[in-house]
Design a protein around this ligand. Structure first.
Ligand code: SF4
Length: 446
């Protein structure tokens, strides 16, 4: 077999910023690069060109992205920009006019065209070097599975629909094919992501697609059921509480998918939710949560909230705290309102001063720390299954069904030194904190 000498192989450096959706875009580009015979350079200096996949969600992310582009230009000089900030090409070019090209998010084909223009592929691609699951940026044992792109809502604080467009779902057969490859390659946990997981398939009118000769509707319930049959943990992220989400809870209760729902509610005051143009109403959310917990008592609920949205009064904020007390969510994140450039909410009257925003966020997180600790304390003495992420000298760092990677807590298995990353084992919970659990494989030996 003839081969291209190593020194002739073009090398592309890659910087990946942003959320799991951006990470999946990076993986697609990296997979195509390797498929065409490019090498991925480990540093700026050995790269012939650098791709920076940016985030543009909040001002801090814009700054981080602009800094990353500046660093790549200073260290390497030949830079292609893609991702959410790339959708605002003018901003990128105003700061860094010397970049070679700029594309928006979810544009692997366009990025590849620019790479071809500036760094042609080698004549003899090493196609056999690509692992069957493509190139992953996550550890081998878990992966993000993107089921759709874009969003049909127009929440006033969000610019994602402007950046990524309306909902475009991937046919269920295509998603299941990718999931099957991932599981065959050793992935033990599939984290299903999108901007709005409940809306999956709406744009395709829930069309039936085919997977291994079987019809599967492009709809979240049918997709979740099929994914659950692959043998890996299946976790659903970014789920809005639409009525048909009720159908998912029995799948969780029966063990097909993990009893975990990440549901970004953002607020609980009806007035603020209207100003935000959110798809769901807090009272409905509370009634739903209660019904879900009756069907599936082990359900873990995660949500995120915004403190200090324009016009938020102390009364609105009090309603949010009351909702949290009543809902007893397991995991909560809270951000202060950030006036992202281009968001409709910036034009609303009565902005909340920064110090009030920060003070409200801190109050919310303090209240929630007590709720989380109480919810976790119920797990003391329980026997639970965990997935090992890493092994350190203190034991194994693992996660249970209640812990999504990177955003939730962990389970520290104190006698887990002999375990391997990716192992799924049963442990007994021996201690609980505000966010994390401590456990042992063999509690009798403690
Ligand atoms: S649901 Fe709202 S916050 Fe989420 S991506 Fe769509 S517009 Fe943005």
């Amino acid at each position: 077999m003839s081969s291209t000498p190593m020194r002739d192989i073009p090398r592309v450096g890659f910087v990946s910023l942003g959320c799991p959706k951006a990470l999946v875009d990076s993986e697609h580009i990296l997979t195509r690069l390797r498929a065409e015979g490019y090498h991925v350079a480990p540093d700026y200096h050995s790269a012939d060109l650098v791709v920076v996949n940016t985030c543009g969600f909040i001002d801090a992310a814009v700054e981080e992205s602009l800094d990353a582009i500046g660093e790549a230009l200073a260290e390497n000089g030949r830079v292609i920009v893609t991702g959410c900030l790339g959708a605002k090409g003018d901003t990128v070019l105003a700061h860094h006019p010397q970049v070679l090209a700029v594309t928006g998010p979810h544009a692997a084909a366009e990025v590849m065209e620019h790479i071809h223009d500036h760094l042609p592929p080698p004549a003899d691609p090493y196609t056999s070097l690509i692992p069957p699951q493509g190139l992953k940026l996550t550890p081998r044992h878990y992966a993000y599975l993107k089921i759709s792109e874009g969003c049909n809502h127009r929440c006033t604080f969000c610019i994602i629909p402007g950046l990524r467009g309306d909902l475009v779902s991937r046919p269920a057969g295509e998603v299941l094919g990718e999931a099957e490859h991932l599981v065959a390659a050793g992935v033990r946990e599939l984290n299903v992501i999108s901007q709005d997981t409940s809306a999956y398939g709406l744009d395709l009118k829930y069309r039936t697609s085919f997977w291994n000769g079987r019809p599967v509707k492009t709809r979240i319930t049918e997709l979740a059921r099929a994914l659950g049959g692959l043998g890996a943990w299946v976790r659903l992220l970014y789920v809005y509480p639409y009525p048909h989400v009720d159908e998912l809870i029995p799948l969780m209760a029966e063990g097909h998918i993990l009893p975990y729902l990440d549901m970004p509610l953002q607020h609980a005051s009806p007035r603020i939710l209207r100003l935000m143009k959110r798809p769901a109403h807090a009272e409905n959310a509370l009634a739903r949560i209660r019904a879900w917990r009756e069907t599936c008592p082990g359900l873990t609920l995660r949500s995120t909230f915004i403190a200090g949205f324009p016009g938020e009064t102390e009364e609105d904020f009090r309603q949010l705290l009351e909702f949290l007390e009543a809902a007893e969510l397991d995991r909560v994140g809270c951000f202060t309102y950030s006036p992202v450039e281009g968001a409709a909410a910036n034009a609303l009257p009565d902005p909340v001063p920064e110090e009030v925003k920060a003070e409200r966020r801190d109050r919310l997180m303090e209240l929630q720390a007590g709720i989380s600790a109480r919810r976790l304390a119920r797990r003391l003495g329980q026997r639970i299954e965990v997935l090992v992420d890493a092994v350190t000298e203190d034991g194994a760092v693992a996660r249970s069904a209640a812990d999504a990677p990177e955003i939730d807590g962990v389970v520290l298995v104190e006698d887990g030194h002999g375990l391997e990353p990716g192992a799924r084992v049963e442990v007994t919970v021996t201690d609980t904190g505000e966010y994390d659990l401590w456990a042992r494989l063999d509690p009798g030996a403690a």
